[in-house]
Design a binder for this molecule. Structure first.
Ligand code: FCB
Length: 461
């Protein structure tokens, strides 16, 4: 099935797929890997739907070659993956060479196949040992992350040119330490506020270390999950709620990273909750605002926000009582997320306006759909194709309007461990049989393959 009408992509626009270590690798106790906070969290009764764990996941650790060949079949320009910190440093400190060897093979396997690696250093699998010492609430974790980054970039930096430090620190800080619905399952606003600062600082300090280790031509960025925030009505209270939600979802990350300062309204909301003077030290913001080469944008849906009475709801993130997310308009994916590609275009335009000069790529976009196999066993996921096609077009419209957006990565290659939701929601363009691990491309994989090939043909002619 060809994309219709053909995609008109900007010159040099990268098309890729994204995955993350904990969601696909499995082999959690192999080759010296230490436990991560997600191993612990998944074993906490009630934490993950169905009691699912990452123990086996997609068994990617043992099926690396097969999965690399799938990327070749798709024809992607680039593969975004993450490195599992507890494979490289099982206790967050000591080095496990076999862990590094795995990523060495992965990177070489990509390069041999002509696929460009985009490596993420932290996609939420913190070594459990570091969490035992306070995790991201502790400043010492920043130093640990910097030395881990140095080790990895020292080994792979001769071949990996493009790095991102963190994936979606909003989730790590607010779902992990405030709402407690992601690992490590903490509900403590002061710890969440500390985690925000230490994650940002870890990004800034590590970016310097990665550049030093990788030498000239090293590009470093960060991946965020900003979203358009829409008030549920024109009521003053809803407008104010949307503004507060925007502070925590978007500005508290982007303002320090790009402008070197925290937004005043967020600081004012946080002041009563913790000692910001002790947390935010001189020179921290200068390190956080070190220039980046790429801002990765993970986009799924706009967020609709309403004001609520005290005690009724609250979004993840400290200082957001009295406001709540309401379901966005239909249609929805199987996770109830609104399908709205205009949100991506609006978001990219807004980021371009408020944070000018930043180069961006859409580093995740995709959806969970019912994926019922047809009589021939084939998954004809026309809903996913429509979703991906609409969002890819939204990104190219933003590019045509002058936004510096250079690529698009589908989330995700394989049906995998969807965090607290377990294995039930499927985001893959390739189906994975949970019992046999057999990979079967869905119709969306054929669509993407043809879109990539068609784009190449168009560029060549
Ligand atoms: C993002 C995560 C990614 C995946 C998608 C659905 O928040 O970065 O790992 O789970 O959501």
């Amino acid at each position: 099935m060809a994309p219709h009408p053909p995609l008109a992509l900007p010159e040099g626009f990268t098309l890729g797929v994204a995955t993350s270590s904990f969601q696909i690798e499995g082999a959690v106790a192999e080759d010296g890997r230490g436990p991560s906070i997600w191993d612990t969290f998944a074993r906490t009764p009630g934490a993950v739907v169905g009691g699912d764990t990452g123990d086996v996941a997609c068994d990617h650790y043992h099926r690396l070659e097969e999965d690399l060949d799938l990327l070749v079949w798709l024809g992607v320009d680039s593969y975004r993956f993450s490195i599992a910190w507890p494979r490289v440093q099982p206790d967050g400190r000591s080095l496990e060479p076999r862990g590094l060897d795995f990523y060495d093979r992965l990177v070489d396997g990509l390069l041999e196949r002509g696929i460009h690696p985009l490596a993420t250093l932290y996609h939420w699998d913190l070594p459990q040992r570091l969490e035992d010492d306070g995790g991201w609430s502790e400043r010492a974790t920043v130093e640990r992350f910097v030395s881990y980054s140095e080790v990895v970039a020292g080994r792979l930096g001769d071949r990996v040119r493009d790095w991102s430090t963190l994936n979606e620190p909003w989730c790590a800080a607010f779902l992990g330490y405030d709402a407690g619905i992601h690992a490590p399952g903490v509900r403590d606003p002061a710890r969440a506020i500390a985690a925000v600062h230490h994650l940002l600082l870890a990004h800034g300090e590590a970016s310097r270390a990665i550049r030093a280790a990788g030498g000239p031509g090293t590009n470093v960025g960060i991946v965020l999950n900003p979203a358009p925030i829409r008030p549920a009505s024109d009521d003053e209270a809803d407008l104010a709620a949307a503004r507060r939600a925007d502070g925590l979802r978007n500005r508290v990350w982007l303002d320090p990273l790009v402008h070197g300062r925290y937004p005043d309204d967020v600081l004012a909301a946080w002041e009563p909750l913790t000692d910001l003077g002790a947390l935010h030290r001189d020179d921290d913001l200068a390190a956080i605002a070190a220039p980046i080469d790429l801002l990765g944008i993970n986009y799924y849906n706009p967020v609709v926000v309403t004001a609520r009475p005290a005690g009724d709801g609250g979004l993840p993130g400290p200082g957001q009582d009295h406001l709540a997310e309401v379901p966005g308009p239909a249609p929805h994916t199987t996770l109830g997320w609104s399908i709205d590609a205009t949100g991506l275009e609006e978001l990219l335009l807004r980021l371009h306006r408020d944070y000018p000069g930043v180069t961006m790529a859409v580093t995740e976009n995709g959806g969970a759909f019912p994926d019922a196999p047809g009589p021939n066993g084939r998954i004809d996921d026309t809903d996913r194709i429509a979703y991906l096609d609409a969002h890819l077009r939204a990104a190219t419209r933003a590019a045509a309007a002058g936004v510096d957006v250079r690529g698009y990565y589908v989330w995700t290659l394989l049906d995998n461990f969807e965090w607290a939701e377990g294995y039930a929601p499927t985001f893959g363009i390739v189906h994975v049989d949970r019992a046999t691990q057999v990979r079967t491309p869905k119709a969306s994989a054929d669509w993407y393959r043809e879109a990539i090939a068609g784009r190449r043909g168009a560029a060549a002619s």
